[in-house]
Design a protein around this ligand. Sequence first.
Ligand SMILES: [Zn+2]
Length: 633
Amino acid sequence: MNKKLIKQNYYEAVNEEWLKNAVIPGDRPAISSFLDLHLDIEKKLLELAANWLEDHSDLNENLQKFIKLYLMTKDFSKRQELGTKPIQAVLEKISRLENLKDLQKEYKDFVYNSIDTPFYFSVMQDFMNSDNQVLYFGASSLILPDTSYYKDEATKERMLSLFTATTTQLLGLYGYEADEINQLIQDAIAFDALLVPVTKSSVEKADYVKMYNPYLKEDILNLTQHYNLIQSAEELVDQNVDQLIITNPDFINAFNDIITDENFKIMKSWMIVNNLISFSSHLTDEIRIAGGAFTRALSGVREPQSQDKFAFYQAYNPFSQVVGLYYGETLFGPVARENVKTMVHEMMGVYQERIHNNTWLQEETKERAIKKVAALTVHVGYPDELPPYYDQFEISSYEKGSDLIQEKMKRDRLMAAYTYSKYNQKPNKNIWGMPASMVNAYYSPTNNQIVFPAAILQRPFYSLDQTSSENYGGIGAVMAHEISHAFDNNGAKFDETGSLNNWWTEEDLAAFDNKAKEMIALFDGVETGFGPCNGTLTVSENIADSGGLRCALEASKKSDLHDDEEFFMNWTRVWRIKASEEYSKLLLTIDVHGPSILRANMQLMNLPEFQALYQLTEEDPMFLAADKMVSIW
Ligand SMILES: [Zn+2]
């Protein structure tokens, strides 16, 4: 550690060497602790997959399917030979559409085959009753990553020109003539412009509860006279539908004006352009590289993935939970799984104790909060069950006349059938939302559940070679961060069963809302080197970080081996990142997580123990006045 920097910038003091030496891989927008681990796992999985290509006779059936698909994705000479032929079926389906009536007829077929349309239905748990699943309805994504990109005329122009340039090149490779290309892109941008004013910004999307707007069938039928949304919904789920949860009322209110036969031409161009982009990764090497150009430019990624890596991920992504389960079972194992479970339960105990000793809540609210922690279900390492569609997947081969788009559609049909069969059914809470091989963790407010995939349970987060204080500052703080999500500004609105239900006394809720506002103010406008932090966008994650850090510190202090500095240093190592300028700015606009440098520095400045250890005073940049400190959990 560079001791001279401690009082100036703790993040740099701890990470100076790493920041100096870290190199952003050419095909990535950043390098960080998370990505270091990810790259390590990637290397292991690539080696495993290479061995399996040689001999996969001992593998379970689903892993064998993964290998069969991998054989197809890595055969770039066959992909080249097929050219754009595989996408013709998709284009024919779209070009046959002449009006909304045609789209209405084909809608289910499009959804089941993952052909992009301007709106979507998804099945998720009912916020009001987490034991049931209902249909949510919303508009598809915009061309640019966030509505804020459209607000400033210069930014909008620059970004849409970039989109036009990259897409022109891509459509050229598909064989379109220059006039056609111009027209298609111009139309697509014109249709996108209709969606912009009725799309929520990332800041608005960060407020979960506002996504939940139940509309009855009659109201929807009144609002959507040119297209029968209820009919499409009923075809998808093959049942009667009497209400939809509208994620953005602005969109449904404007539906009648946007989804019309007059706009059909530009909407169809939008569909053609979107689908040419989204299916591009399944075609030749040249097309998949051109298809990713815009996304790479948005994040400042210098070069596309190599063929080898790309082919691996293209087979891995649809089988990620299958490969992840293998990774978790063989490289993590049941013993580590039990150890980590014990750690999580220890952290839950400390959390309950902290709520018990809390000074700003009334007894009634405390009791409910403690009950919510007690009811948390914890999943560690790898899941007990996988989604059922993997068993139904069947992978064919080029020899049998198949190609990557046919394969994708076959899988997507099974996945869609699974998704829509969940409508009106009790959820299966054993199914995870991420593979065991992913370096991440999550809290589900509707399941009141935390999930820690095996991949995150490594250095610097967790290692038997680290001191216990280091482990508490790493994985301990991550665990308590996830528990804290049960009590962030979104999670706090759900009860211990995962339903939206106000369990707070009126005064306590008002006090909590005030504290959340203080947290917004603490981060809002703070400079990061790439622009200011948005306090409102990041409030839920900042509350979770703050609660997690305080709880983990308390847990660590219970050990005779506790050392403040080891704890703070490892917390700071976890958040190190080096990123391209474009990516850093993109994250400031769309990411609900605070910028990493503030997750390290600001969260530590907000701790009295940190201030005391380094005897910080008003003159020090790492000093925060006591009346500015925000303590929630
Ligand atoms: Zn979080």
